[in-house]
Write a protein that binds this ligand. Structure first.
Ligand code: SF4
Ligand code: SF4
Length: 432
């Protein structure tokens, strides 16, 4: 029996289901993470979290609530953690990357709903996720239709708050989003009993952005050839950052980067120099959605970057306040978030430009455009991304998938892409 079982039970977690979930996770970690070779030593911190995914951190959050604090759960990078920290709250990302609770979700949502929405909602209605249970409130957004409708149903099961995210980017929508965030600030103040002062908000922004800077540093390390860290490990770190305490996480990512930079200076990588380099662009990959990375890296290539909300879209933009009042800072937050090139925006040409730029910066030999099934925003943008990459001579494979278990077809397509990259590279060498 786990030492945390009483905490989970007090939160209303269905212990039997939860036990099955944890066992499944542990099998995955054994099969994927632990089988990797040449891993950096500083992965030990992140491995400890993987071995205890719902223990220590859930306990911290439960204690925080017992002491009168609030925990705010969310499913999207448009929800600013900075504001939550400014009222002394804790933030947790609740997006799920497994079909574990799909049947539970199917009782409420249409079957042809994106698997990320089903998985995250399913965790709530199956009472299998302690992070969902410990959340004082779940904050939703109006990014895509599937999520909007899911939040209406979610409100019948959990305290819910909704932020309206505009779908176009201009001065008017930026002002509108600033007002939305100011209203969210007032809601958080009421919920927590703490006022957001300019000083507290500045501190919140500094903490969140130190995490972003640490992740930027981690991703810069992946630009090296050979990459000093696998794509699977890098993705896992970003996923774990959705739940971990912000300062501790930033410190551990920086500690890892010290080791990675040392590895780079010695030419040490997780693959041989020249291994095929793949950039993944598209729908977010939430914990424990490791399937595509595993297939790519098992086939001898390396994932060097994710253009995703569990990747560059999360941490690339920083605040640029035009003053130091609360309003100035909230305006800067609105600007930072409207700088995220999510496919919910129209037009969204900046995302296409981002993919091409990132493919060059990370010296990617090919791009895999990854969209979840029924994710219309990202599926619809695949064609534009391909056209732009074609113009640069960068091959792209379009993948549309769910959280199902069958890897065969996907694996064949990934291997064909990697073989093509290897052939291209050999051709390049012969032609030099
Ligand atoms: S892809 Fe869009 S909707 Fe999904 S987490 Fe990112 S910003 Fe939010
Ligand atoms: S993956 Fe696509 S459909 Fe699913 S929640 Fe994100 S934007 Fe919406």
């Amino acid at each position: 029996m786990s030492q945390y079982e009483n905490i989970w039970a007090d939160l209303g977690v269905d212990l039997k289901k939860h036990d099955r979930l944890l066992r499944g996770l542990s099998v995955l970690v054994r099969r994927l993470h632990r089988k990797q070779k040449h891993r950096p030593k500083a992965m030990d911190y992140f491995d400890d979290i993987l071995n205890d995914p719902h223990g220590h951190r859930v306990k911290e959050m439960a204690e925080h609530r017992e002491q009168g604090g609030i925990v705010v759960g969310s499913y999207c990078v448009f929800i600013p953690e900075d504001l939550v920290l400014a009222v002394g709250g804790l933030h947790v990302g609740l997006c799920a990357g497994t079909n574990f609770a799909e049947e539970d979700a199917d009782m409420y949502l249409p079957r042809n709903t994106c698997p990320l929405i089903k998985a995250s909602f399913g965790f709530k209605v199956s009472y299998s996720c302690p992070y969902t249970q410990v959340s004082s409130v779940i904050v939703g957004e109006t990014t895509c239709d599937g999520k909007k409708k899911m939040f209406e149903e979610l409100a019948n099961h959990h305290p819910t708050y909704l932020i309206e995210v505009p779908q176009k980017k201009n001065k008017r929508t930026r002002e509108f989003f600033t007002e939305e965030l100011l209203e969210f600030k007032r809601y958080l103040e009421k919920l927590s009993g703490n006022e957001v002062t300019a000083e507290r908000l500045r501190q919140g922004i500094d903490q969140v952005e130190s995490k972003f800077r640490a992740l930027q540093r981690l991703f810069r390390c992946r630009q090296a050839d050979p990459s000093p860290i696998s794509g699977l490990d890098a993705l896992t770190i970003v996923q774990l950052g959705m739940q971990d305490e912000v300062n501790r996480f930033a410190k551990q990512v920086n500690r890892l980067c010290d080791e990675l930079e040392e590895r780079i200076s010695q030419g040490i990588g997780v693959t041989a120099k020249g291994a095929p380099r793949i950039l993944i662009a598209g729908s977010p990959m939430s914990l424990p959605n490791w399937r595509l990375h595993n297939l790519i890296e098992k086939a001898g290539a390396i994932v060097v970057c994710e253009e995703s909300c569990i990747g560059t879209r999360l941490f690339s933009k920083l605040c640029e306040p035009k003053g130091s009042t609360v309003r100035h800072l909230v305006e800067a937050l609105a600007g930072r978030h409207l700088g995220i090139n999510c496919a919910c925006f129209t037009p969204n040409d900046e995302r296409v430009e981002d993919v091409v730029r990132l493919a060059k910066e990370y010296k990617a030999d090919a791009v895999i455009h990854y969209a979840l099934q029924f994710c219309h925003p990202y599926n619809s943008e695949a064609g534009k991304v391909k056209k732009a990459l074609d113009a640069e001579g960068i091959p792209m494979l379009e993948v549309q998938t769910d959280y199902g278990d069958s890897d065969n077809q996907l694996s064949m397509r990934v291997e064909a892409l990697i073989n093509m990259v290897v052939d291209n590279k050999k051709g390049g060498v012969l032609n030099e």
